[in-house]
Each structure stands twice: as structure tokens, then as C-alpha cells.
Design a protein around this ligand. Structure first.
Ligand SMILES: C[S@@+](CC[C@H](N)C(=O)[O-])C[C@H]1O[C@@H](n2cnc3c(N)ncnc32)[C@H](O)[C@@H]1O
Length: 385
């Protein structure tokens, strides 16, 4: 057996739900067959304050720019440099260029000033840019200039790629079709869910509760060529169409195969035949918006209705998914006082012909929750058996 050498070391700076970001990175590595050795996940000082770093070694150099455009939950990817001294690394910048750099990590300001002094003593023209946030790094083109550095446990890392956060923001706030009542999935979470599906972009992707089409627009942006979207509401389908048009125009995308129609997800097989989709990615109807003062009985009643809706929908998914088809599906849970009330539907979904594929080593599912929200979105992965 040949021994694998892990020669490249990376820090992935994670978004605000690090456990989900890690599951996403692992899904993408596994799908792309990137051999890797996980070192750890831990706190680190970043340009944004403190964030979690996922530390990994790989046998081959990673295509960081490509990866950052795929991932929804990673803010920054940095690679360990060979040099063990920041001054020596920066001094390699060709003489005709001014050295521009920023530095994050413990004592970074003090170290940066010392580095600047050393470089000046070497008669180099140098500018230190305080890394206030990722925007500073992007706007000063520090990635292209190979100047954004991070110190982590006495090792030096060079930023290779930063999340295109302005584009995510535009897709979240500037798209024309929105529905504040039903709510919208954050585009980053939609992208994470698509990645957890581990399919190629040739797969046919379906969202049967598509709302204003966040999953579908993210899929198109990721290069999916064939999408299906349905919803019980006319307005939702109109919004989805508007948002897809907006996306195609804004990003100059060629129109892809799309099938968008109004239907009840519990009757999906009236509109779609056998083997219609490879992958379902969906945030379904999650009940009436909660204020947090509902009584337990109201919550339980709503949970029974939702359990019934999801079970019926999965019976339809079974009919229209291809063999081994995957469903990445959100099942909400609701906060009642200090406890979480869950929807009792997993056994019924299994009975409908699905198995649960664990999404992390610690837990089968991944909860996405913002402080003060009364609802948590719990992401599950099901496979048709
Ligand atoms: C939470 S929203 C989905 C939002 C969507 N992920 C987005 O980002 O825009 C749930 C959607 O489910 C739809 N819906 C409710 N009951 C349905 C049913 N039985 N079949 C299909 N769609 C349904 C609603 O019209 C709503 O658009």
C-alpha cells in the first residue's frame, strides 16, 4: 500500500454556524475525492475578531478560488507558507512593487510593525493595511498581491481566497421577488444544503416548496443545468421566475433547463413521473411564524400537521426520485420556554422508503439557529432505499 503524504496545510475560516460549515467542507472533499487529514477545528483571531478555523492537510494543492465559490459556509481559505519568517516571505515580492500586507492573529499589530521596520531597513517600500474585515482585504486586492497573512499557533498562513460576500448579499437583498411572510432561506445555507447532496451539477435538482427560489437560484449559480421548482402558491412561482431572470441577467448566465409549476407537494407525482429528479433540496413550509408566546398545545397541533405534510410529501418524493436519490430537507424545531419541541416524522419518512445519512460524526442532523429565534432549521439527509 502506498503511503499518502499530506504536504499542504490549510485553515478554513468558518461562518457563524461552524458545525454546518465543517460538514459542508467534508461533503465537498468527499465528493471531489480530495484526500485529506483533519487536524482540528479551533478558535483563532481573524480580521473579523474571533472565528473558528477548520485545519486540514491535503496531499495535493487545493484549488482555493474554485472551492470558495462552491462553499457557502467558509469565509476565507489560507495556506501555510514554507517560510517561517514573515519578513523573508514578503521580501520575495519583486523589487519593482511596493510591498502591501495585512496580518491577523495574536499580537499581529506589534509583529506587523516590526516586519515593516525590517523591510524598510532592507530599503523596501512597504505599506501595512490593518485588516478590519474581509472587505478591506478584498478592496485592497491583497490576495492578488499575496499580502494577507494570518498567524496561527506560530505558523504563517497566506490567504488564497475570500468568500464573494458582496455577491451573496446581492442575491439575498437585491433580487426582485421576495416574500417576507413565508421567509427566505439564507443563500449561503441553500448552497450548503446543495453541497451536502454530493451530486454533480449534471444532476436534476428539485425544490418542491421553492418559495421565491433561493435553492434554485443558488443551484443555477453553482452550474446546475437542470432544475425543477414547484410550490402550492402562484405568487411563489412568479417570484421564482423573476429571481431566476434577475440572476441570469446579473451574472450573464445562459438559460438552463427549468421546469417551474404550481402544485401541492403532497400530489407531486401528478405532475412529475418516475425518475424525474436525482436530488431534492428543500426548506418546506414550517408553519405559521411564531412569536414565542404560543402555548404548548398550539405547537403540538402545528407539529402534527407538519408531520403529516412532510410524510405525505416524502411518499411523493419516493415515486419521483431516481434510484439512490437524495433529499436534503429542513425539518424545523420550535422553542417552547427552554425546551425544543421536535416534529415527530422521522420514523414515518423511513417507512416511506428512506434512510437517514448522518451529516456529521457527532450527530445525524445539523441545526441552524440564530440567537433569539424561536425556530431552528434542522437539516437532514435522506436517501431513497
Ligand atoms: C419557507 S417557504 C420556502 C422558502 C424558500 N426556501 C425561499 O427561500 O424562498 C415554504 C413554501 O412552501 C409553500 N407551501 C406550503 N404548503 C405547501 C404544499 N403543500 N405544497 C407545496 N408548497 C407548499 C409555501 O407557499 C412557501 O412558499
Amino acid at each position: 500500500m502506498t503511503k499518502t503524504f499530506y504536504m499542504h496545510k490549510y485553515l478554513f475560516e468558518l461562518g457563524h454556524q461552524p458545525h454546518i460549515s465543517i460538514a459542508e467542507i467534508q461533503a465537498v472533499f468527499s465528493h471531489k475525492k480530495i484526500k485529506n487529514k483533519i487536524i482540528s477545528a479551533q478558535d483563532g483571531s481573524t480580521s473579523n475578531g474571533k472565528n473558528i478555523f477548520f485545519i486540514v492537510e491535503t496531499s495535493k494543492e487545493l484549488e482555493c478560488k474554485e472551492l470558495i465559490n462552491i462553499l457557502g459556509g467558509t469565509i476565507k481559505i489560507t495556506e501555510k507558507i514554507k517560510e517561517d519568517n514573515i519578513t523573508n516571505f514578503l521580501a520575495k515580492t519583486p523589487e519593482e512593487f511596493k510591498i502591501q500586507f495585512s496580518l491577523s492573529g495574536p499580537n499581529s499589530k506589534k509583529i506587523a510593525m516590526a516586519v515593516k521596520k525590517q523591510l524598510k531597513a532592507m530599503r523596501r517600500s512597504v505599506r501595512y493595511i490593518e485588516p478590519k474585515n474581509t472587505a478591506t482585504i478584498l478592496h485592497n486586492k491583497l490576495i492578488k498581491k499575496q499580502g494577507d497573512l494570518t498567524i496561527f499557533e506560530d505558523e504563517i498562513y497566506l490567504t488564497k481566497a475570500i468568500q464573494p460576500f458582496e455577491e451573496f448579499g446581492a442575491r439575498d437583498y437585491k433580487r426582485p421577488g421576495t416574500d417576507s411572510f413565508s421567509g427566505m432561506l439564507p443563500p449561503k445555507l441553500a448552497r450548503i444544503m446543495i453541497n451536502l447532496g454530493e451530486t454533480n451539477t449534471d444532476a436534476v435538482l428539485l425544490d418542491p416548496f421553492c418559495g421565491s427560489g433561493t435553492v434554485l437560484t443558488e443551484a443555477l449559480d453553482m452550474g446546475f443545468k437542470n432544475i425543477i421548482g414547484s410550490d402550492i402558491s402562484n405568487k411563489a412561482i412568479e417570484d421564482t421566475k423573476k429571481n431566476i431572470e434577475w440572476l441570469e441577467k446579473t451574472y450573464n448566465l445562459k438559460p438552463k433547463t427549468q421546469n417551474l409549476f404550481v402544485t401541492d407537494a403532497t400530489k407531486l407525482s401528478n405532475d412529475l413521473g418516475k425518475d424525474s429528479a436525482d436530488l431534492i433540496v428543500s426548506e418546506p413550509y414550517m408553519g405559521k411564524p411564531l412569536r414565542g408566546n404560543e402555548n404548548k398545545l398550539t405547537l403540538q397541533k402545528q407539529n402534527e400537521e407538519l408531520s403529516d405534510l412532510y410524510t405525505k410529501a416524502f411518499k411523493e418524493f419516493y415515486k419521483i426520485l431516481k434510484k439512490d436519490g437524495i433529499a436534503i430537507f429542513i425539518i424545523p424545531k420550535f422553542k417552547f420556554k427552554n425546551e425544543w419541541v421536535e416534529i415527530n416524522c422521522l420514523e414515518k419518512i423511513k417507512k416511506a422508503g428512506f434512510e437517514i445519512i448522518p451529516l456529521s460524526e457527532e450527530s445525524d442532523s445539523l441545526a441552524y439557529h440564530r440567537p433569539k429565534q424561536h425556530v431552528a432549521r434542522v437539516v437532514w439527509k435522506f436517501k431513497k432505499v
